[in-house]
Design a protein around this ligand. Structure first.
Ligand SMILES: [Zn+2]
Length: 82
């Protein structure tokens, strides 16, 4: 299911809640494995200069309207982005 949910974030696809018909508002919980280039100054303060996502897995998609996480599926958008 996680791989199917991933497609919902790609252009040309969207989520749909079969519980209430919502296609625009969802809470997406995602776990990501990343490589970050942390750049520190001599005092130890730092910032992230680069970040690469090595792997990501969507754990759940919850409808913001009705709260269901067991009725959300992925479908092709009616007018895919070009
Ligand atoms: Zn819903």
């Amino acid at each position: 299911m996680a791989e199917a949910y991933q497609r919902g974030l790609e252009p040309g696809y969207r989520f749909r809640c079969d519980g209430c018909g919502n296609v625009t508002r969802f809470d997406v919980i995602e776990a990501a494995r990343t490589r970050r280039y942390h750049h520190f100054d001599l005092g130890g303060d730092g910032q992230v200069d680069e970040e690469e996502v090595l792997a990501r897995t969507i754990e759940s998609v919850t409808c913001r309207w009705c709260g269901r996480d067991d009725a959300v599926r992925v479908e092709a958008t009616p007018n895919p982005a070009r």
